[in-house]
Design a protein around this ligand. Structure first.
Ligand code: CO8
Length: 372
């Protein structure tokens, strides 16, 4: 069995950002328009008015201050309320491939590796912009990578599940290097017309380069252990799929976008994740005192505060459990990798940390790493 290291990470961040205030102004303009249009039905009691959103609620409930998106104008247009992304010719790079390649190139540059020396590309994300050909194969071709490539989807846990898949292949010797890339266009499957969730997500792409840990002289993180777990739940769901036409469901239906029962998710996922991390650490002989950093999934600040306290047995110190969701919002599978990429270079040789993601499925994935 070979050993595995993370030698590079990359983050693509879109240029457009939307603050909570901007988002709420657009949402409330949409609500007012809807309510004016349906004034008679609302007055007759046949329809509820669309309630206003509030920037204060968003910050207090989630910790999110802004989000990056691929297209701001479409989302903030009260007559549209979704990103406007021009369709592309089949011969042009897809959007996921384009932003994924940017993140991959940054990871390769950090590690000083040529794309041609990569044997596997996994495109792991919570939605793929087409069924086939796999986005991963397109990224492989655009990068000039070797070997093979495939897509996978475990919603918010896609990155850690992808890392375990790649790490297992490196361990067994079937490949030497892998890129796990997470291009997340959350803005295109978020329902911006629903105040319960319109503030949650943002767009980004992350990439993680894994290599056989053999004679590495550059700074890297040794992958000590990975662990994945799933437990079925309908509390986070998106019913959009290839049977839509066969079901005569081509209309504008709410369940074809992201849906969740946020309160239930909150209550059910917290114990699941805390237990998962505790068991993973115990099985690897890692004590709370041995942990120097926690890079958690970036969905909700209160959730992360709770998990950090539970894992460490005390309040996390400043910087010990970095959050990026105030700037990026929830970027699905990319969140914990952004936190890792932006908050790991200062660790010293021998320092240990855990990357942990969780979300729809339910799914939980954790990766214990040691700085080298
Ligand atoms: N403005 C003002 N008031 C609001 C708003 C708003 N925007 N939204 C809701 N309210 C109101 C509600 O109507 C409710 O009113 P009332 O008490 O009168 O009924 C009140 O505020 C409280 O609402 P909630 O109970 O919903 O508020 P919470 O405190 O529970 O906070 C959260 C809502 C932030 C959603 C919280 O529940 C949460 O973060 N839960 C966990 C969510 C989570 O981790 N989900 C994981 C999903 S990610 C994933 O797995 C990947 C999916 C694939 C990616 C999809 C990309 C699009």
């Amino acid at each position: 069995m070979f050993k595995v290291a993370i030698t590079g990470t990359g983050v693509f961040t879109p240029k457009d950002a939307i603050t909570n205030d901007e988002l709420v102004v657009a949402f409330n303009a949409y609500a007012d328009k809807q309510n004016a249009k349906n004034a008679d039905a609302i007055a007759a009691g046949g329809m509820d008015p669309v309630p206003h959103s509030s920037a204060d609620f968003i910050l207090a409930a989630s910790g999110i201050e802004q989000r990056y998106v691929l297209n701001k104008t479409g989302i903030l247009d009260p007559d549209r309320m979704s990103p406007s992304l021009a369709p592309r010719d089949d011969d042009a790079p897809s959007i996921m491939a384009e932003i994924g390649v940017d993140a991959c190139q940054k990871a390769l540059d950090e590690a000083g590796i040529d794309a041609a020396d990569v044997d596997l590309v996994i495109c792991a994300a919570s939605n793929h912009e087409r069924a086939y050909p796999a986005i991963a194969v397109e990224i492989q071709q655009l990068l000039g990578a070797g070997g093979f490539a495939f897509d996978m989807n475990v919603a918010c846990s896609s990155a850690t599940f992808g890392i375990q898949t790649a790490a297992d292949m490196i361990k067994s010797g079937s490949i030497r290097r892998a890129l796990v890339v997470n291009p997340e266009i959350c803005s295109a499957h978020l329902e911006w017309r629903d105040r319960d969730c319109h503030f949650i997500f943002g767009d980004v792409a992350t990439a993680t380069l894994l290599e056989r840990d053999e004679g590495l002289t550059k700074p890297h993180f040794k992958v000590k252990s990975t662990r994945c777990a799933t437990q079925f739940s309908n509390n986070i769901r998106n019913n959009n799929g290839f049977l839509r036409r066969a079901h005569d469901q081509m209309g504008d239906q709410r369940d074809m976008q992201f849906m969740q029962n946020g309160r239930k998710v909150f209550k059910e996922v917290l114990p699941l994740v805390s237990r998962h991390i505790a068991e993973h650490m115990a099985d690897e002989g890692v004590q709370a005192d041995d942990l120097n950093r926690l890079w958690l999934h970036q969905a909700n600040k209160t959730m992360n505060d709770y998990i950090g306290k539970k894992v460490l047995g005390r309040e996390p110190a400043e910087g010990e459990q970095p959050n990026i969701l105030q700037d990026y919002a929830n970027t699905s599978s990319a969140g914990s990798i952004i936190a890792f990429s932006q908050n790991s270079k200062d660790l010293q040789a021998g320092d240990t940390g855990i990357i942990c993601s969780f979300g729809a499925g339910y799914s939980v994935g954790s990766v214990i790493v040691t700085r080298s």
